[in-house]
Design a protein around this ligand. Structure first.
Ligand code: NAD
Ligand code: UFG
Length: 349
């Protein structure tokens, strides 16, 4: 496996930069394409600082077929890990065309370039947000899909496209079938233990962990806890937080699985990447205060539209078929998020 070259789309971003570190440390060569729409090139300088190795970087857009064609002709890519896309739920409601163009059309262009280069192994960043309403708070891969916003629908559409692409192989009896892993992330948080790379959101964060970090460091005055009247153990929302380093290790396991017996005849399969247990907003605040020895001032605010009371993964399939499970604790996630935040109060700027 070592010596293979992996194309990482969106590799300068939060999860992508952590994936670059794990891939380089596992002996892969890494080529990144990123248009830096939501990231800074400094993240890749830091990747080099951590690993002592460089990635090959293309500043470009995945919707630019010419750049992709050139890239595939120059490098012998074995697998693509596809992170590039826009990810803010609220923004997707305001700019649906931008989201569908970037995420869905961008993926179509990438898939065409892959097909032309005969590169047919793909690990795709999907999301727990593709799931629909359910009686159970613990989500398994076979649960019905039903996203409720344009961002989530863009992910579900891409999943459909990828399933169709794989299904076509059995009709055409393709000799080199597509091998595709759809990884449905729950809530990635934390940072590399070096504190050199981490999440660097633009403007005021939407997500809980970066918001809490910025309150703790004094950039923001206080956290709003969106609802304390949910039917959960303390009334606040419960999510399955997963350390970003555990998450990216799941991608390396997925690459190995795509090359293995389970995908010998091709296929497209979804896997939950989550810890399999939920934490409430108040539990996150308490863990943060304990680990950092700082207060996180908060107020109870109304529920946020579109939020579920509780959502966590059934991660058994990833354990069984990818031999992957989350290993890091909530305290690890909080300590690493805080190390990144306190060493880089202005992010990569
Ligand atoms: P991120 O914004 O930090 O990284 C995405 C990267 O893609 C950025 O560097 C951005 O500049 C780049 N990009 C966007 N559009 C592009 C385009 N058209 N061409 C080239 N590059 C482009 O986000 P992230 O948190 O690292 O997320 C990575 C992937 O994981 C995304 O697809 C996201 O939807 C998915 N995901 C993230 C989460 C999460 O909570 N962070 C949860 C579930 C799924
Ligand atoms: N929350 C607060 N205050 C805040 C921010 C969040 O109380 O300022 C609460 C939310 O109500 C929720 C929990 O913290 O109960 C987590 O919220 P996040 O915004 O951090 O995460 P979500 O679960 O809402 O969504 C995230 C990503 C989605 C992705 C989903 C599943 O934003 O893109 O995880 O992967 F689809």
């Amino acid at each position: 496996m070592n010596g293979q070259t992996i194309l990482v789309t969106g590799g300068a971003g939060y999860i992508g930069s952590h994936a670059c570190v794990e891939l380089l440390e596992a002996g892969f060569n890494v080529v990144v394409i990123d248009n830096l729409a939501n990231s800074k090139i400094e993240s890749l300088n830091r990747v080099r600082q951590i690993t002592g190795q460089a990635v090959t970087f293309y500043q470009g857009d995945i919707r630019d077929k010419q750049v992709l064609t050139e890239l595939f002709s120059k490098h012998e890519i074995s697998t693509v890990i596809h992170f590039a896309g826009l990810k803010a739920v609220g923004e997707s409601c305001e700019q649906p065309l931008n989201y569908y163009h970037n995420n869905v059309y961008g993926t179509l262009v990438l898939l065409e370039a892959m097909r032309e280069a005969n590169v047919k192994q793909l690990v795709f960043s999907s999301s727990a947000t593709v799931y629909g309403e359910s009686d159970s708070a613990q989500y398994s891969e076979h649960f019905p899909l039903g996203p409720i916003n344009p961002y989530g629908r863009s992910k579900a559409m891409i999943e459909d496209i990828l399933r169709d692409l794989s299904a076509a192989d059995s009709i055409t009896k393709s000799a080199s079938p597509w091998k595709i892993a759809l990884l449905r992330y729950f809530n990635p948080i934390g940072a590399h233990e070096s504190g050199l790379i981490g999440e660097d959101p633009n403007g005021i964060p939407n997500n809980l962990m970066p918001y809490v970090s910025q309150v703790a460091i004094g950039k923001l005055a206080q956290l709003s806890v969106f609802g304390d009247d949910y039917p959960t153990r303390d009334g606040t929302g419960i999510r399955d937080y997963i350390h970003v380093v555990d998450l990216v290790k799941g991608h390396i396991k997925a690459i190995a699985a795509l090359a293995g017996e389970g995908f010998r005849h091709g296929g497209c399969k979804a896997y939950n990447l989550g810890a399999g247990r939920g934490c409430s907003v108040l539990e996150i605040i308490n863990a943060f205060e304990k680990v950092t020895d700082r207060k996180v001032p908060y107020q109870i605010a109304p529920r946020r539209a579109g939020d579920l009371a509780e959502c966590y993964a059934n991660p058994e399939l990833a354990l069984k078929e990818l031999q992957w499970q989350a290993e890091k604790t909530l305290d690890d996630m909080v300590a690493d998020a805080w190390r990144w935040q306190s060493k880089n109060p202005a992010g990569y700027a």
